[in-house]
Unconditional design. Structure first.
Length: 336
């Protein structure tokens, strides 16, 4: 069975931990693992604008020895209504993996169902799992360990980042808190799934409208744009629009918010950021911010993920390697 990465809980606790270690090792030796040598092609499809996803996958695939085949869906047959399954069957005969940045989660799920090679969610409106994998790499670099830490996400609790923080942190054994208005609560099924994972892995889940309860003593403070991709009302002003500002009033990560967190808390933002809206300039550009480490770590986390998925696909005849949740499946053997 081909392994895919469509949402954060597609990895077990041990797999996630091993991939984070692999990313840190690859960061120290960027050209040391040429799993895509040939070069093998990886299709990277974009339904919407991108900076970090486009750059990090393109550079990462090249560093792994491969060829990034960038596809603008609007100028492909996907954009003219070709069935997703047909596209998958064309790409999987010529590419070693497929990455898709799209809106509907059902798109990547349909692609994965038809593909014989790994499919990676480069972002959907429901989840952003590659970003959270990079965020966890960043947190481990700065905090040493993940299990037992507290991460507070403040802002839009109904968007893809909140959903992925819930699942990804629960897999890692982190105590994850979502501080958000009642009008923007995360999906109930995602919260329920995160709660079960948190119990299994030693973490916990809190969804609250109380900013102080979310931030109290937090080791990591995270936020995101108040207007998510595909939801912009006015692209010239999107996150500073009056509607978003009114809806999320009181949920900015500013100096007073940071005073509620731990003194040595670090700050995450997946970018692009709107200083003065969801995050204050003094925080974004201050000493606790690690957002540009976080942005760089998209490269290393995605290299770790792609290299592992391609290795898994190459050995999928082995029941041990193909079994989801195997504690050795993402082993970093050979990366030390």
């Amino acid at each position: 069975m081909t392994r895919h990465f469509l949402r954060d809980d597609d990895l077990s606790h041990d797999e996630q931990a091993a991939l984070i270690d692999r990313a840190i090792t690859l960061k120290a030796n960027p050209f040391g693992h040429q799993v895509l040598a040939g070069p093998q092609a990886v299709a990277v499809i974009f339904d919407m604008p991108s900076t970090r996803t486009r750059v990090s996958f393109s550079v990462g695939i090249a560093q792994l020895g491969g060829y990034p085949l960038l596809i603008d869906s609007g100028s492909s047959q996907l954009g003219r209504g070709e069935p997703i399954a047909d596209t998958a069957r064309v790409l999987d005969r010529q590419c070693s993996a497929i990455v898709w940045r799209t809106l509907a989660q059902s798109n990547v799920e349909e692609m994965a169902a038809a593909s014989s090679v790994p499919v990676v969610n480069g972002l959907t409106e429901d989840f952003h799992p590659c970003q959270i994998l990079a965020d966890l790499v960043t947190v481990k670099e700065h905090k040493g360990e993940l299990s037992g830490l507290t991460l507070a996400y403040v802002g839009d609790g109904a968007n893809n980042m909140a959903h992925s923080y819930l699942l990804g942190c629960a897999v890692a054994g982190i105590h994850v808190r979502i501080g958000t208005p009642a009008s923007r609560l995360p999906d109930a099924d995602v919260v329920s799934r995160a709660e079960k994972l948190a119990v299994r892995n030693g973490g916990s889940v809190l969804v609250t409208q109380d900013l102080a309860a979310a931030l109290a003593g937090a080791d990591v403070v995270a936020t995101d744009s108040w207007v998510s991709m595909g939801q912009e009302v006015n692209k010239a002003t999107d996150s500073s629009s009056s509607g978003a500002a009114s809806r999320f009033a009181g949920y900015s990560v500013d100096d007073s918010a940071m005073a509620m967190a731990a003194d040595d808390a670090i700050v995450l933002h997946c970018l692009p950021a709107y200083r003065g809206a969801e995050i204050a300039a003094s925080v974004m550009d201050g000493p606790q911010s690690v957002v540009f480490d976080e942005a760089e770590n998209r490269l290393h986390a995605q290299k770790a993920l792609l290299s592992w998925l391609v290795e898994q696909a190459a050995t999928k005849g082995s029941s041990t390697a193909a079994t989801k949740g195997s504690s050795t499946a993402a082993s970093t053997a050979g990366f030390k």
